[in-house]
Design a protein. Structure first.
Length: 566
């Protein structure tokens, strides 16, 4: 059996082609979406999916999410005492999807079509492929997400040749693509986006609004638990606002219960700066493809965040027409992957044209800055080539000396997105001699040239003296041998993972634990009783009883905090 998989930053989903149409299949909890989250459980076994997502607020250091952002980089993610490569975490998600699909279908799933963002470059694609292999899947092909969304909308069955615009606003990224089909070949004509814009930013806007009403929280501005609790509350409020004009915002922190309510109009006002940021990538994609908005056959909405009415209105205003919402936005990509899997099985696969390569990470150097009081802060990242720049690219920035009479400038080259370089990856160092002068009077021009093979050339010149130094950084192509992959697959297979059958129980217990931390008084007491009763039932190990009590527990938790969300 071959399946289609949307391996998302926030959520993943599996689709199959059955009886002439694509459909999504539910995981062991009965959900069509599986959070792309991995957490190390208290018993040392790994949890994947909802149970892991539920632990994010109670066990942030033991829980990994959004690792798709790191795919193709050498950065590792700590989970407890161990470090995991992003592709290993993705492999754990894929393996869980595979196991759930096999249990449901009653047959082995050997192969998959896996989707990737259109702007993923070679390294990121290879890492995704390896994640599939590590999960024991034959990766039939990688499919661009916007192409998949267009397939779910039947682009391959159309007569007219007008291009589609795919507007994808997910949990943390915003991607706009223009997709066209010509003689059976699907082409992504342009792709633009904002890789720091998604549902999470809208949560932050809600949190900021609430904080402005609760000045007593001002001194706890950096409390990480408070942040997480408010984020979770914002997520609930925001989802509720997708179907109502007003929604409560409630949370507990340090044994105090806070409650307010937010009206849709207030949310819209608070989100205005985010809505404004949706415009630019749309214009850029149209400009880059040379396509006029009027000649688009369709504007299709993809990504859970396009369920927000304020986003739909913004899109309608932008294009002067209603977007196509005939396919559920957070399912379209997996459905499209299933269509491709179906075509594949019938040997009628569509071909795809790859986009131009882009640089996957920001490249820059570490610099020092002086604050208002004259104090020097070092280790600050100064980007030179920004992420998603089309490559080959060459950019130059000029820097000046910080100390009087310094004799050298030490350049440290980093890759990453964090302002603090220690959170980025150090690629190399280059030392450049400079003539002794008062601080700020000698400048050094630093040129970065990056090409499609992953070669970064750093040239530093001192205009005053003509001194030049060069550093070549080769992207150590981390193409492991078949033997290494096999060894890693076995290491991954040997990891203790929570048994599938227990996934639903683990998710409910993790949720109950989170609720316990999040509520007070009577509600907290009620949750405590619920947990104890459920644990007692689990001990008796009667699957029927467990299942019926678990449903009951879920309903009672729903009554306390509202429907659970993915
Ligand atoms: P990704 O592509 O990032 O993996 P999704 O397409 O599943 O993720 O989108 C996840 C985002 O969708 C989350 O930020 C979530 O808050 C948002 N979302 C899902 N349903 C709703 C809803 N009904 N109202 C508002 N936002 C929603
Ligand atoms: Mg997505």
């Amino acid at each position: 059996m071959i399946v289609g998989i949307d391996l998302g930053t926030t959520n993943s989903a599996v689709g199959i082609w059955r009886e002439g149409k694509a459909e999504l299949i539910p995981n062991s909890l009965g959900d069509l979406l599986t959070p792309s989250a991995v957490s190390l459980g208290d018993d040392g076994a790994l949890l994947v999916g909802m149970a892991a997502r539920e632990r994010q607020s109670t066990h942030p250091k033991l829980t990994a999410t959004a690792f798709k952002r790191l795919m193709g980089s050498s950065q590792k993610v700590p989970l407890g005492k161990k470090l995991y490569a992003p592709e290993e975490l993705s492999a754990l998600v894929l393996r869980s999807l595979k196991a759930d699909a096999e249990a449901l279908l009653g047959e082995p799933v050997e192969a998959a079509v896996i989707t990737v963002p259109a702007y993923f470059n070679d390294r990121q694609r290879k890492a995704t492929r390896r994640a599939g292999e590590l999960a024991g899947l034959k990766v039939e092909r990688l499919l661009n997400e916007p192409t998949a969304a267009a397939l779910a909308h039947g682009i391959h069955e159309r007569e007219d040749k007008e291009p589609f615009l795919v507007f994808d606003l997910g949990g943390g990224t915003f991607d706009v693509s223009i997709v066209e089909i010509f003689e059976g070949i699907v082409e992504v004509r342009a792709s633009a986006g904002d890789n720091r814009l998604g549902g999470e930013d809208f949560n932050e806007a809600v949190v900021a609004l609430v904080r402005s009403r609760l000045p007593e929280l001002a001194e706890a501005a950096h409390d990480s638990l408070l942040k997480e609790v408010m984020r979770a509350a914002a997520e609930r409020t925001r989802r509720a606002l997708s179907g109502a004009d007003e929604a409560p915002f409630e949370f507990v922190w340090k044994d105090r219960h806070f409650a307010t309510s937010i009206r849709a109009a207030e949310f819209e006002e608070a989100a205005e700066p985010l809505l404004a940021r949706l415009r630019d990538p749309v214009l850029r994609s149209l400009r880059d493809s040379g396509i006029l908005a009027d000649s688009l056959s369709e504007v299709i909405l993809v990504g859970g965040s396009t369920r927000m009415p304020i986003v739909r209105r913004a899109v309608t205003r932008m294009f002067g027409r209603f977007p196509d919402t005939s396919v559920d936005p957070d399912r379209a990509v997996a459905l499209g992957a299933a269509v491709q899997a179906g075509l594949r099985a019938r040997d009628a696969a569509l071909d795809e044209v790859r986009l131009t390569d882009v640089c996957p990470f920001t490249l820059g150097i570490a610099v020092a800055e002086r604050d208002r009081h004259g104090r020097i802060h070092d280790g600050i990242f100064s980007p030179i080539i920004e992420r998603n720049t089309v490559i080959p690219a060459s950019r130059v920035h000029s820097y000046s000396t910080m100390q009087d009479n310094q004799s050298r400038v030490e350049l440290q080259v980093y890759q990453g997105e964090a302002r603090d370089v220690s959170a980025n990856v150090l690629l190399g160092r280059l030392s450049v001699p400079v003539p002794p002068r008062p601080a700020g009077q000698v400048s050094v021009d630093v040129r970065f040239s990056y090409d499609a093979s992953g070669l970064l050339e750093v040239d530093a010149t001192v205009p005053l003296t003509g001194t030049a130094r060069q550093l070549l950084i080769l992207d150590e192509e981390d193409a492991p041998s078949e033997a290494e992959i096999e060894a890693r697959r076995q290491a991954l297979a040997a990891l203790k993972v929570h048994p599938r059958d227990d996934a639903a129980n683990a998710a409910v217990l993790a949720r109950a634990a989170r609720c316990y931390e999040g509520f007070l008084g009577e509600r907290r007491e009620a949750i405590s009783q619920i947990i104890m009763a459920f644990e007692a039932v689990l001990e008796r190990q009667d699957p029927r009883e467990i299942e019926s009590v678990r449903r009951d527990v879920e309903e009672r938790l729903n009554a306390i905090e509202g429907e659970r969300y993915l």
